[in-house]
Ligand binder design. Structure first.
Ligand code: NAD
Ligand code: UD1
Length: 335
């Protein structure tokens, strides 16, 4: 049976996507250099899926390794998650971000072409909408990038569009994720932040675990219902299932397809804190701080196109996102 190559498959979103793919009759092969993940995720994946999963440890920029994988495995398509993703860090080490994110994509496309595998789904981000103030964000909203990380996503989208224009036999899915949170119901896989979490929900979880004294709420003077930033949080299992739908669509539709993967609902920072308190039954102290540079007031998806064209609709609400996130993270902190 042909397999889907998952780059970055031991990471947060990749690992959940591996599970959803097996549940929907696909097999996978994983390549990951373990830069931001751990090898024990592979055991957890095998436990959840009850399958032996082929794993190659290495860098996607290593074309010889890619050639080895494409020679040894029967690959029918690729989902490309591998990359660096921290906005702040991307301003400190931009060249590493360009090299890793863009370099890995180009190496991958070149080797896919050599082996005549022309189906790829790419992890883009709502970050490509930059500071766009008109919400909900639609796939044809204006694109912009405000930091090196965002620029890598925008450049890669451009590279994939140029590739498709030059050769219409490629089948390309560009998925723009909003804010993934939560974890698999088993509590075995989830997000493991390295150092101080940048993102809201992992930070709240560390406050809940007693590691940090309070949540720093960045800004309470935005033009939103309670003055705090509004985002479109989406359960990582819903997001992962979106990849299955995108692959199925590419099977029948071909072409270059771009979809937002969000719920269409925005929650404020205070809404999220409240939902987390309810899910964990732990009081979460918070204090207001200045706005975080580069943040926008409100971002949420118009999910209509993904619903209409691939039948994507998020199943899980904010409380389940928090419950599942906490189930995984409390196991890391509270023994
Ligand atoms: P993650 O860091 O958990 O997973 C990425 C994985 O790729 C890690 O396991 C890492 O070790 C691996 N990796 C990185 N560079 C590699 C390379 N050159 N070769 C091989 N492996 C490499 O991140 P994630 O949250 O799962 O994100 C996956 C993708 O989704 C990324 O491209 C990210 O930019 C994008 N994305 C993430 C979010 C988010 O909030 N998590 C939002 C929008 C888009
Ligand atoms: C971040 C990334 C963005 C990425 C998106 C989805 C940054 C600057 N941007 O954006 O590129 O596409 O995740 O993964 O990292 N907040 C607090 N206190 C905190 C952390 C966050 O109040 O400790 C607030 C923020 O101001 C924002 C909301 O919580 O209003 C969500 O923040 P975060 O989880 O970092 O996501 P994004 O800002 O959407």
């Amino acid at each position: 049976m042909s397999k889907v190559l998952i780059t970055g498959g031991l990471g947060y979103i990749g690992s959940h996507t591996v599970v959803e793919l097996y549940e929907n009759g696909y097999e996978t092969v994983i390549i990951d250099n373990l830069y931001n993940s751990r090898i024990d995720v592979l055991d957890k994946l095998e436990k959840i899926t009850k399958k032996k999963i082929s794993f190659y440890k290495g860098d996607v920029r290593d074309k010889d390794l890619l050639r080895k994988i494409f020679s040894e495995e029967e690959i029918s398509g690729v989902i490309h998650f591998a990359g660096l993703k921290a906005v702040g860090e991307s301003c400190e080490i931009p060249i590493e971000y360009y090299d890793n994110n863009i370099g890995s994509t180009i190496a991958l496309i070149e080797v896919m072409k050599e082996f005549n595998v022309k189906r790829i789904v790419f992890s883009s981000s709502a970050t490509v909408y930059g500071k766009c103030k008109v919400v909900p964000l639609k796939e044809d909203s204006p694109l912009d990038a405000t930091n090196p990380y965002g620029r890598t996503k925008l450049f890669i989208e451009g590279i994939l569009k140029d590739l498709y224009e030059s050769d219409k036999t490629w089948e390309i899915g560009i998925l723009r994720y909003f804010n993934p949170v939560g974890a698999h119901k088993s509590g075995l896989i989830g997000e493991r932040p390295n150092g101080t979490p940048n993102n809201l929900v992992p930070y709240i979880a560390e406050v809940a675990a007693g590691i940090r004294p309070h949540v720093r709420v960045f800004g309470n003077d935005y033009d939103t219902k309670d003055g705090t930033g509004v985002r479109d949080y989406i359960h990582v299992v819903d997001l992962a299932y979106g990849h299955v739908l995108a692959l199925k669509k590419l099977d029948e539709a071909h072409g270059l397809l771009i979809y937002n993967l969000g719920t269409g609902t925005g929650y404020s920072v205070l809404d999220v804190i409240k939902a987390f308190e309810k899910a964990s039954n732990i009081k979460i102290p918070y204090e207001f701080y200045d706005r975080r540079p580069g943040d926008i007031a409100t971002s949420y998806a118009d999910p209509t196109k993904a619903l209409k064209e691939i039948g994507f609709k998020a199943k899980y609400g904010i409380e389940e996102m928090m419950e599942d996130h906490w189930r995984f993270q409390k196991n890391l902190y509270i023994k």
